[in-house]
Write a protein that binds this ligand. Structure first.
Ligand code: ADP
Ligand code: ZN
Ligand code: ZN
Length: 680
């Protein structure tokens, strides 16, 4: 007798199907079984969702196509994994298939049963935890860990930079693994380039066989290997970026989210999920403890800890004699025009060079890419396809659009007036490095050698191994000044830095995005956190901020390293304005041939929404052009949807989904909903 199965397959994002199609099989297959099924003319990977799809009458039994094969060497995905996927698809308004496939390694699709069997046969045997390399905890770490062990959470570890949060994660994992022989832990970090460093520490502590990584920088075979090790329970620790939140882990008992405030946890395309929020949800689902950690928590998490929904663990001081740096604010209004580095800052850096200490110059890149301009007319290096300027890349003398990728060689002369004097306006890290080199050309190290300046940004780190190499030079003391973007501020445990300087902090102060001050404060605190980590030099460590707005309250809080005060003032403003975490938002974005079409689509969907039940509980704003309005000749518009209740917003979005699907507009290319958007 043939069995009917509901199988989740990779369907389009806004498929009207419930997300599963029915197939028939000669054998009963348990929910969660991975199968291969025909879809159109292709054969695709699918997940058996239910073994009696009576709730999915899209097709009649006679039409059901047969399942082609099942990957029976692989144990079925758990009910909790399927619940997590279903929740994510529902909450973020995407199809089940899209989310399910995003959570599985791509190579599962390509392997046949024999190949898989081979891979499954030789998993590395679990090795015993490498014991005693654990550090003796400080009293603060000890107290935090005790509360963690005693409570249920979710926990918010509010620990200063350098307070030793990683050691707390390590020992929380260690105690769990020792106590429960089948337990697994998931540890998430925001950036791929933080994984090698963390992996090293975990491998050192637990042995290589216990730990696998999961991130988008890995090859497909590597990802499959990690996934299988986690899924079969061989690996007891998974370290990864946001995608790891979907790792199949039958013994999951602990989820750590390091730097939980980091925007990288929000997926920015396709299913725009927040891995941090999903981690909290998953913890509840699986009965796993969730530990969020940060020196500058997101205001959402901080608010939850104020209300007691999250349990706060505090580690206020640095390990050992490490101290947070003194903050110096330079008023740029008092500096000569065109000043990039104030004299006082330059002198402070020279002192470091003389003492053999390191400095870090951090450039806030938002809105600050070097654009080429003509000094005679108004020409700037606009992108012909986008409403954005192309960026000048000195290394290969090209103009590149960072949105559509359109690239051209730098013209010899201004294309409008023929003037040959065209130059970059604004400064990127590359120009900054060069400028600093000129300013310090005559300065010598104590041994008489010239100053060594290095750069670390997305451009210079593109080559494989470049990051490791630069970090190694930094740690070895072969660099005097490191110039870089956000990338240099995150996580790194540099021991010799005693000065951190932030340039161009101001652009975020007056942004249209209400989260900009929160971001800036977090960024500056993180940057400050790179200085003075070594006791011997900590007393002399400094954080320099150059600003045109020295009176801004943000800097007053920064001077005192007072995140709670900053958070309190921001939360008050947010409460008055009904903004997150006091209100809930979604954005609908539309792309079309013309701006009119994009907006007309949104307005039509908005008008139709008024009929829906519960529409009175949400506010639909007018459609507006996105801040970068045109990308690759496509016009973009967005519409904000707000509600005081998360539940009401969710119910409304679910009811609105078919309306959006049914709304037709000539010239419309695509649309998507972003729930809990991070940038407005
Ligand atoms: P955070 O993540 O809170 O910024 P880290 O985990 O990077 O801090 O710790 C800062 C430094 O302190 C690291 O070099 C770490 O090895 C060291 N450290 C942490 N805990 C201890 C401890 N209990 N005893 C000695 N050194 C410690
Ligand atoms: Zn010109
Ligand atoms: Zn472009």
């Amino acid at each position: 007798m043939a069995h009917r199965l509901a199988v989740v397959v990779p369907t389009p994002a806004h498929s009207s199907l419930a997300g599963a199609l029915s197939y028939r099989s000669e054998f009963a297959l348990a929910p969660g079984t991975l199968v291969r099924v025909p879809l159109g003319r292709r054969e695709v990977l699918g997940v058996v969702w239910e073994d009696d799809p009576s709730g999915h009458p899209e097709r009649s039994a006679a039409e059901d196509k047969p399942v082609t094969g099942s990957l029976d060497g692989i144990p079925p995905l758990s009910a909790n994994w399927r619940r997590l996927v279903a929740f994510c698809a529902g909450y973020y308004q995407r199809s089940l298939g899209e989310v399910a496939m995003a959570g599985l390694p791509p190579q599962l699709r390509d392997l046949d049963g024999v190949q898989l069997g081979r891979r499954l046969k030789r998993p590395s045997a679990p090795t015993a935890a490498a014991a005693g390399s654990a550090l003796n905890l400080t009293p603060e770490q000890d107290a935090a860990l005790l509360s963690f062990e005693a409570g249920n959470g979710p926990f918010l570890l509010f620990g200063a930079t350098g307070s030793g949060k990683t050691e707390v994660y390590l020992q929380a994992v260690q105690r769990l693994l020792e106590r429960e022989p089948l337990a697994q832990a998931l540890v998430m970090v925001p950036e791929i380039n933080l994984t090698p460093q963390l992996q090293e520490r975990f491998v050192e502590r637990f042995g290589a066989g216990q730990v696998v990584a999961m991130n988008s920088g890995m090859t497909h075979p590597q990802r499959l290997k990690s996934w299988l090790a986690a899924h079969t329970g061989t690996a007891r620790i998974v370290l990864g970026t946001r995608m790891a939140v979907f790792a199949s882990m039958p013994g999951l008992k602990l989820i750590v989210v390091d730097e939980e405030h980091d925007p990288s946890y929000k997926q920015q395309e396709g299913a725009r999920y927040s891995a941090r929020d999903l981690a909290v949800y998953r913890g509840k689902l699986e009965g796993a403890k969730v530990l969020l950690g940060s020196a500058t928590p997101s205001l959402e998490s901080w608010h939850a800890s104020e209300k007691g929904r999250y349990q706060r663990l505090l580690m206020a001081s640095r390990v050992g004699q490490g101290q947070l740096p003194a903050v110096r604010v330079v008023d740029m209004n008092l500096q000569p025009k065109q000043t990039v580095f104030s004299t006082a800052l330059l002198q402070a850096m020279q002192q470091r060079i003389a003492r053999g200490e390191q400095s870090l110059v951090f450039l806030n890149r938002r809105g600050y890419a070097p654009v080429l301009a003509c000094t005679a007319c108004d020409w700037k290096s606009e992108c012909p396809n986008c409403s954005a300027f192309r960026v000048f890349h000195k290394i290969d003398r090209t103009l590149r659009c960072h949105h559509c990728g359109y690239t051209e060689r730098v013209p010899r002369a201004c294309p409008v007036c023929g003037n040959v004097d065209i130059a970059p306006v604004g400064r990127g890290t590359e120009q900054l490095e060069e400028h600093l080199g000129e300013l310090l050309a005559d300065v010598k190290q104590a041994n008489g050698d010239s100053v060594r300046i290095a750069r670390m940004d997305a451009d210079s780190m593109r080559l494989k191994g470049a990051l490791e190499q630069q970090l190694a030079r930094m740690h070895a003391g072969d660099v005097d000044i490191l110039v870089g973007t956000q990338m240099v501020t995150k996580g790194h445990d540099f021991r010799r830095i005693t000065l951190v300087a932030a340039l161009n902090a101001d652009s975020a102060l007056f942004s249209s995005d209400f989260r900009a001050p929160e971001r800036l404060f977090g960024l500056l605190m993180q940057a400050a956190g790179r200085a003075g980590r070594d006791a011997a030099q900590a007393a002399a460590s400094e954080m320099w901020v150059q600003t045109w707005h020295p009176q801004h309250p943000l800097f007053a809080a920064l001077r005192r390293h007072d995140y709670p005060a900053f958070a309190a003032s921001q939360l008050k403003e947010r409460e008055q304005a009904g903004m997150p975490p006091f209100g809930f938002q979604a954005l609908v974005r539309a792309e079309a041939r013309t701006q009119e079409a994009a907006q007309a689509f949104l307005q039509a969907a908005s008008a139709a929404a008024q009929e829906l039940e519960g529409a009175e509980q949400v506010t639909l704003y007018s459609a507006v052009p996105m801040s970068i309005q045109r990308v690759a000749n496509v016009e973009r518009a967005q519409m904000l949807v707000e509600s005081a209740s998360r539940g009401a917003l969710q119910r409304f979005l679910a009811a609105w989904q078919p309306v959006l699907r049914a709304t037709r507009e000539k010239g419309l290319i695509r649309w998507a909903v972003d729930v809990d958007p991070l940038a407005i």
